[in-house]
Design a binder for this molecule. Structure first.
Ligand code: GSH
Length: 218
């Protein structure tokens, strides 16, 4: 059987979260880097695989999937269905899913709303209302972590792997996390996860790029 293939761009937070899941599951993978800045995701060969031209995208034998959270849950269910990374109890799984959607629709969405104008339209400042919206989302995440080590309870799950890809990006672009004590403790814990160094490298590259475009530090 062909190895699992990941189309990946190391600076992309969702793409990095997929690699964190792959590393935690200890799966063999062939990583194919697509340089989004050079438009490699718009090449015909990749569009045939994913017409939505996003990373991460996986090809698992004859099965193609994109959307980082769908990939994360698929990989656990397919390869390590008993793993605590995606609990089988419906109520526990429900909480993990809620945290995954929180990243997609709130934390990463608000991060994206900040970085997209800088990357795509040459913006050099960040509107205060976007900073406020991000701060509110970080407050919510801090609340999830009250009295527990991981975002969905006692075990590290795919939700932690997705959320830390976003939070590390925010940290590296200069967002001050000091008022979010639970996030800071959890973030330190996440740094020991398999493959974290790769995540950090990508977050540093992305954060450094955004920082270099800003008129004043975040
Ligand atoms: N919701 C998607 C977001 C994927 C996404 O937007 N990836 C960006 C990089 S961060 C991308 O591939 N952009 C290229 C494009 O949309 O053409 C996920 O979680 O996988």
């Amino acid at each position: 059987m062909a190895p699992l293939v990941l189309y990946h761009f190391p600076v992309s937070p969702p793409s990095r979260s997929t690699l964190l899941v792959i590393r935690s599951l200890e799966l063999d993978v062939e990583v194919k880097i697509l340089n989004l800045l050079a438009g490699e995701h718009m090449q015909e060969d990749f569009l045939k695989i994913n017409p939505q031209h996003t990373v991460p995208t996986i090809v698992d034998d004859d099965y193609v999937l994109w959307e980082s959270k769908a990939i994360a849950t698929y990989l656990v269910e397919q390869y390590k269905p008993d793993s605590a990374l995606y609990p089988t109890d419906p109520k526990e799984r429900g909480i993990v899913n809620q945290r995954l959607y929180f990243d997609s629709t709130v934390l990463f969405a608000r991060t994206f709303a900040i970085v997209a104008p800088i990357m795509r339209q040459g913006a050099t400042t960040i509107p205060q209302e976007k900073k406020d919206a991000l701060k509110e989302a970080l407050g919510t995440l801090n609340g999830y972590l009250e009295g527990q080590e991981w975002v969905a309870g006692v075990n590290c799950t795919v939700a932690d792997l997705c959320l830390v890809a976003t939070v590390s990006t925010l940290d590296k672009l200069g967002v001050d996390l000091t008022e979010f004590a639970n996030i800071i403790d959890w973030y330190e814990r996440c740094k020991a996860l398999p493959g974290y160094d790769e995540n950090e490298e990508g977050a540093n590259a992305f954060g450094g790029f955004i920082k270099s475009k800003l008129e004043e530090p975040y």
